[in-house]
Unconditional design. Structure first.
Length: 185
């Protein structure tokens, strides 16, 4: 069954909401590692959106940002990062590249330059290894600004970094002293 790009986007948004923030909105609870049975999502979401295993698999494989992972046995799905609820993604600390980037909207810059980057309601600050991805992220919220982060120095100073399955770099916070520069893009 082929679904349109618009429908894939709707399925992706729904899965993000369920798997990252509100599984209880369809009467489910993530396991400690963030997994849900695909069959349970399908059964419990019929009032919200019509899903099938094929639609979910297509939404996962067609998601440019690779936000989700399906288990090896094909029975479970979870979000790769971005949770506002407690989950253990079983990530191990990694040595980051020397420089990482964070994309945000220009309207948030003043606050960020005062307070640094904080996870807020999510578990981690999201960073990318390339400017283009940071620009795309920042563009979602307005005029993009790219922060260049001295991740090498942060790591040397004891900050932990993790990398998600979809290659997003994660850390708990980025204090302002690790900002190398900001760029309007």
């Amino acid at each position: 069954m082929e679904i349109t790009g618009k429908e894939l986007n709707e399925v992706s948004k729904f899965l993000s909401y369920i798997l990252r923030h509100k599984p209880d909105s369809i009467g489910l609870q993530l396991d400690p590692y963030g997994w849900l049975l695909i069959d349970d999502i399908i059964a419990n979401s019929q009032a919200e959106i019509v899903l099938s295993k094929e639609i979910i698999k297509e939404a996962v494989s067609g998601n440019k940002k690779q936000r989700f992972t399906i288990s090896d046995d094909g029975k479970y799905i979870r979000a790769n990062q971005g949770h506002s609820i407690k989950v253990d993604l079983q990530l191990t600390p990694q040595v980051p590249p020397d420089i990482l980037y964070h994309g945000t909207a220009s309207r948030f810059l003043e606050s960020i330059l005062k307070e640094g980057l904080k996870a807020g309601q999510r578990h981690h600050v999201h960073l990318s290894s390339n400017i283009q991805t940071a620009k795309e992220v920042g563009s979602r919220y307005g005029k993009p600004v790219i922060l260049t982060i001295d991740s090498k120095k942060m790591h040397q100073d004891g900050y932990q970094f993790f990398i998600s399955n979809n290659l997003v770099w994660l850390t708990e916070s980025v204090p302002t002293q690790y900002f190398l520069q900001t760029q309007d893009k």
